[in-house]
Each structure stands twice: as C-alpha cells, then as structure tokens.
Design a protein around this ligand. Structure first.
Ligand code: DGJ
Length: 736
C-alpha cells in the first residue's frame, strides 16, 4: 500500500520504494508536514520529526501549550494570520473583510488511481493500479468553506503530484485572494536553488544559486508561462551534481501567470511555494462555487539532476502527454518559415515541398502567411480562412499535392490573436483585452483576444473546427506571439476582473481540448515566439513544443540542455536551419546542426533550393540516420554529460528504451589551442555487457569508468570551433 494512515496519531504516509512523504494533523486541526525525501523504514510513528519549541518573540496558538506556533511548525498548506508570518499558500477574503481562516481536518479518503481535475491539464492514469491518491478534506467553520488537498503517488516513480480545491458551502460570498497549488516547508535551507530563465531566443538557461534568508522567486505576470522564467524550480544539496546527490524538483502544470518561490526563515527553514501568481489574481466564490488550483508535480532524486530529469521525462511521457501522438514516433518535418517568411505563393510552396519529399522529409509545414490578408505582420490574424489571392487553389489543392508527394501536411495558426486589419476586428472591435478608457498596446501589431468571453471562444472555436473539418490537415503549429497587456474584460463586473487571466487560460485549454478530441489524428505543436510557453500545461494537449526561434546549433546546446531539466526530448521541436544563422549570424557545419537537432523531435527550417549537392546528400543521410534511430532519440533515457554552462565542450547521451543502443553527442564550442586528450565517460550502461563502437568492442564498465576517447580514429573531432561528433554504440552481448 503506497498510502497509509495511522488513526491514533493521525499520520499520513505516502511511500514507494524510492520516497516517503509524511504529514499529520496538528494540535489545532491544521495539517503539518513531517518529512519529504528518500524512503524511510516503516515506523509506528514519525511524530519525533515535529519541530515544536519555544523561541523569543513568538506568537503561540494556545496559552496551555507554549511550544506550539505555526511559525516554527512545518505546515502542509500554509495558512495566513494565525502565528505564522511567512507568505501563505492561500488567503480567503470573507464578507466582513477578514482574511483569517482556520481550516480543520474533517476526513480523508484513499483511492486507487486518480480522480479527474475538471478543465485543467493534469497527470492521468489509464488503470487504477498505476497510482494511488489521498484526498484530505478540511473545513473553515466561519466562512463555511471546504478545502480538499489531493496527493497522488506513482508506485514505481519518485513522483508525487498535488493540488488544492476550494468549495464554498456557506451562504456568504468569499473571494480567494491567493490560491497556490502547494507550499512545502523543509526543515533546513542547505540547498542551492535551480531555475530556468532567459528571454526570447535564449530560453530556459540553467541558473544555480545558493539560498539566502528571505524570499527568492521566479514568476510570470505576462499571461503566458513565458521565456523569462519556466514554471519549474529545484533545490539541490550543494554537493549534488548531474549524477549524484539529493535534488527536489517542482513543476507546475500551467501555462499562465505563476509564482515559484523559496522563502528561507530566520530559523533556516525553507518554504517552497508554487502556483498561480497571487498578483492580479482573485476568484469570487458564491455558495456552491468551487476553485481548482493547477497541479504541481514533485520529483525526488538521490541521483543528482539527471535522476530528477529522468523522472520528470518518464512521468510526463507516460502520464501527462495523451492521445494518439503521445506515444507515437514523431514525423521529420520541414517548416517554410525561415525559408520564406510571408513571401510565398502556391508554386513556391510546392517547389519547396517537392524538394523536401526528395530528401526524405515526412511532414511539410506551411507556417504564417497563408490566411486572411496576411502578407505582413500588420494584417490577417483573426481570419482563419485561406488567402485565395496568394494561394488560388486554396488549401485543398496544396494539401492534395503535398499528400501526393508522400508527406503529411501541417499548418500554422495563432488563434488567440487579432490584427486591427482583419474582418474579425472590424466586426468586433471590443473583443480584445482592453479597458475602454485606456490605451491599447500592441505587440507585433497584434492584440490579444479576450478569451475569457464565451462569444470570443465560440467564434474561434467555430472557425478552427471548420478549418480542420474541411481540410485533411495532419499537424497544427499553434503560435502565440505577444504577452498580454491591458488585461481587463468589458464582459465581467468589477469584482471579477481578478479572474480574467485565469479564465483566459481555462478557455485556451478548453479550445485545445475540443480540437484534440474532435481531431485526434492531428499532431499539435505549441509555440510562443519560439519557447515562450513551453510548459507542462500545454504538453498535455500538444505533445511537442517549438523549443526556440533561435536555431543556431551552438546556442541551442544551452537551450536544449536547460529544457531537458524537465522536458523529455520528444517534446522539443529541434530543427536544422541555414547558415549564417538568421538569429545570431553564426556559421556552423551542417553536421553539427544535425548532431544537435537529433536530440529532439527532428526537422528542418531552411530553403533546400539554396543547398548545394553535397549539402543535400548530407541532409538525406541525416534524415535516413534519424529514421533509423528515431525511437532511441524520442523514447530513450537522456543523460547530460558535459554542461555548456560550465565549459566549452558539451556532451549528452540517450539510451534506447531496451538498453540495446546508446547515442552520444559531443560538441566543441570555442576551441582551445593544443588541447590534451579527452575521455568521455558514459552513464547507465550494463557493466558486464559488451558494446560495439566502430567495429571495436568495449565492456559497459570500460565505457562508463575509463570512457571513450573523443580522438579515436573513426571520430576525430577536429580542433576547430563548432565541430561535433555522434557515437552510436550497440550492445552485442548481454551481461554474463
Ligand atoms: C514565431 C514562431 O516561433 C516562428 O517559428 C514562426 O512561426 C513565426 N512566429 C511566424 O509568425
């Protein structure tokens, strides 16, 4: 049983072979955390792990029990206003203006499997045996509000997911002013904290810094999870590294505004918080109303950062992505954006498609510019019908011809946006997020549709359903190219304006859900000016994401390395593009561009008519190679070996699901003159099994402990900038 309850001491223990998560009912009826970490032995009670104690200038709950203060107790879902002064998990504003609450344990239930969260992306199981769930119900007597905290544990993974749900049972109307998905109080602060930060074109760069007393946080208030911060944070012991040591990872399944925070108290405890950002958030609950927080996924690893990432990859591949494409090999695509931008016609598109088919591409994607009056950035968004001036045969003719070439056909859309130069805006100028008395800011000359409104949702829903029902489209790239400003909805009353950001995201999910349910064969790829909304929320609907608009292979090493902290290779769109690179002007060998892009869902983003014969031959070889090894790259176990954040040489490997093959990428960024030999030590092989590399046989132990020389004859990595090599090792004999 992975979840147990001890009636006498009111202790809950969620456990499997890897982890233990223990909490209990505190003397005042709230919940208090006792432990989270590596699996503990079964004990009669863990109450010895409580940390009560008298400290000066403390406020206490009871006169009779001067050691019990919430300030010094590790709470389970931290409450505001009664003896704890740190930032809480939630705040419930009541009719009399009070935000004091006192949620007391009522009951709990333990169920096999996992109950469905309505309207939000979430981890899911197919069969009850795949997980066990604990739901604890608490009640605030004054406001008559019920709070349910849910925890799901997976028997064979070091993973627990959590979320909270408020339901207003009483007559008074309440307003949630804060409703995070979790807080976790840890007994010490001896960690470094890790997050993935950046900007457009340099998304998800790895940041590691020591914890200090006070609050350290990451957040988005942009209406999307954003390129600036990813809804993920981790704590690692200072001695932990990629391969060993203790790491706690936290990832939020949400695509809008979020806050991730670590608050270190004067007494060196650390509170981790993650959820919807309380700033610009509130939610009115009338009698019978409920509010559901997004789900957080917590991973524990005692095998360093790679251990944490491998657990995230597995749980996201197996229990987050869903539908037909979740477990299908992804097609190799060619996208026309970097080749053509808005400047194309039917003949140009078909010429590129023919060239793509001739080198072995499997999916041809027509990007921005095919619809409405979209000949430039200033027009067309909102009008999701084909531009017949540009493409006189319509989509039907192009799709037929692309299918005739033996490829699938994909199309770009940006359904959340509108240009003022569009039929949609001319008919409904008040459908954008705006305040009637304020300026309307644009981003790329586009305005954000007020997706919180039902009629806006319905219009876009109907346009997209028509588009997809009338055409044989195999793939959709769903873009979103600006963040939200003037977030006010003329459709909602004053007291509900704090709901608009979240209502927008709920309807975004609803639209994704409706389209993926009606058109299950379509592969959706999400995008937001590259990787501006690369988060687990969208992976639930669209099982791959355009990782970054920055396609330079050398910059991509950092972006893909950072992204892999949380997200599996199959979820990352990785394409080879032209040189000099359009974003940074760098010239890199085609081989290196391929060797980097192989570690993801592979494709191209260039004008094949500009490639010479040698390049076309190499592209054919790359495509044939990826097809032959696709399942290793897309479903294998990924391990980071040498970090681009620490040195000029970068390396990573992926081990096929059956352990029979390992693909290793080694990349040299800026070269140093007269270097000595380098040996690359692989991971996760079987010590006594034999592996073949370039006709030579090595034991797993040899490859892992002595390593492979990157100067071996078949794989000379030149002492030149931006060179790389790829090793494919095949296991030829099982361990004896
Ligand atoms: C931003 C995306 O990231 C690009 O790949 C491309 O689709 C453009 N938008 C098109 O406007």
């Amino acid at each position: 049983m992975p979840i147990s309850y001890k009636e006498t001491t009111q202790e809950f223990h969620l456990f499997n072979d890897d982890i233990s998560y223990i909490f209990h009912v505190l003397p005042n009826g709230h919940l208090g955390n006792l432990y989270y970490g590596k699996r503990l032995n079964e004990e009669a009670s863990y109450l010895r792990l409580r940390e009560y104690g008298h400290r000066p200038l403390t406020s206490y709950v009871y006169e009779e029990e001067p050691a019990f203060s919430l300030q010094h107790t590790r709470q389970e879902y931290a409450c505001y206003g009664t003896t704890d002064f740190a930032l809480p998990a939630f705040e419930v504003e009541q009719a009399d203006g009070s935000r004091l609450s006192h949620f007391v344990y009522q009951s709990h239930r333990i169920l096999d499997g996992k109950s469905t969260i309505s309207g939000l992306p979430q981890l899911h199981v197919k069969e009850a045996k795949e997980a066990q769930t604990l739901e604890v119900v608490l009640m605030d007597a004054n406001s008559q509000t019920e709070l349910t905290l849910s925890y799901t544990i997976f028997p064979d993974q070091p993973v627990i997911s959590r979320h909270a749900r408020f339901e207003q049972l009483g007559d008074q109307t309440i307003k949630l002013q804060r409703a995070l998905s979790m807080t976790l109080d840890l007994p010490d602060k001896d960690y470094e904290w890790i997050h993935l930060d950046g900007a457009w074109g340099r998304e998800r760069h790895l940041q590691v810094s020591p914890l200090h007393q006070g609050c350290q946080s990451i957040y988005s208030l942009k209406g999307a999870s954003s390129s600036e911060h990813n809804p993920f944070l981790a704590l690692k012991r200072p001695s932990a590294d990629e391969h060993q040591g203790e790491v706690l990872g936290f990832s939020l399944i949400y695509s809008g505004n979020f806050l991730g925070q670590v608050d270190v108290t004067s007494y060196s405890q650390a509170r981790v918080s993650l959820g919807i950002h309380p700033e610009r958030f509130s939610w009115v609950l009338e009698k019978g109303g409920s509010f559901q927080t997004p789900e957080v996924v917590m991973v524990y690893s005692d095998q360093g950062l790679n251990g944490m990432s491998q657990a995230f990859h597995k749980v996201y591949r197996e229990h987050l992505m869903r539908g037909f494409w979740a477990k299908q090999e992804r097609p190799i695509l060619l996208n026309n954006w970097e080749a053509m931008s808005f400047d194309f016609d039917e003949e140009g598109i078909l010429n590129l498609a023919r060239q793509a088919a001739s080198v072995g591409v499997e999916l041809f994607v027509m990007d921005d510019g095919w619809f409405g009056a979209r000949n430039h950035e200033r027009a067309g968004l909102g009008d999701w019908f084909v531009n017949l001036d540009k493409l006189p045969g319509g989509l039907t003719s192009i799709i037929k011809q692309v299918h005739g070439l033996g490829m699938k056909f994909g199309l770009w859309i940006e359904p959340e946006m509108v240009n003022k130069d569009s039929n949609l805006y001319r008919e409904h100028p008040d459908w954008i997020l705006h305040h009637p008395k304020h300026t309307q800011s644009h981003g790329r000359y586009q305005y954000t549709l007020d997706f919180s409104r039902e009629e806006v949702y319905q219009n876009i829903h109907d346009q997209l359903h028509k588009l997809l029902a009338e055409h044989e489209i195999d793939y959709i790239k769903w873009d979103m190219n600006r963040y939200m400003t003037e977030v006010y909805s003329v459709a909602y009353p004053a007291e509900r304006q704090g709901e608009i950001f979240h209502r927008y995201i709920l309807n975004l999910y609803r639209l994704y859900d409706s389209l993926t349910t009606s058109f299950p064969h379509i592969l959706f790829e999400s995008c937001s000016s590259g990787g501006g909304r690369f988060d687990p929320g969208l992976l639930y609907y669209a099982p791959q994401t355009w990782t970054s608009d920055n396609t330079d292979a050398i910059e991509r090493l950092k972006i893909q390395y950072g992204t892999s902290l949380v997200y599996p290779l199959i979820s990352m769109g990785c394409h080879v593009s032209e040189t000099p690179n359009q974003q940074v002007g760098r010239t890199t060998p085609l081989s290196t561009r391929g060797n980097v892009a192989f570690f993801g869902s592979f494709g191209y983003e260039l004008d094949l008519s500009k490639c010479d014969q040698t390049e076309l031959e190499l592209i054919k070889e790359q495509i044939a190679f990826y097809k032959a090894h696709r399942s290793t790259f897309q479903f294998g176990t990924f391990t980071r070996l040498l970090s681009p954040f620490e040195g000029e040489d970068v390396a990573w490997q992926v081990l096929s699901p059956d352990g029979q093959q390992v693909a290793v990428g080694f990349y040299r960024r800026l070269v140093t003159a007269n270097l000595g030999p380098i040996r690359l030590r692989l991971k996760g092989l079987e010590e006594k099994a034999l592996y073949e590399l370039d006709g030579t046989y090595y034991y797993g132990a040899d490859l892992m402990h002595a390593g492979i020389s990157i100067h071996n004859e078949a794989h000379i990595v030149e002492d030149k900038d931006f060179t790389s090599t790829l090793y494919i090792l095949n296991r030829i004999q099982d361990a004896q």
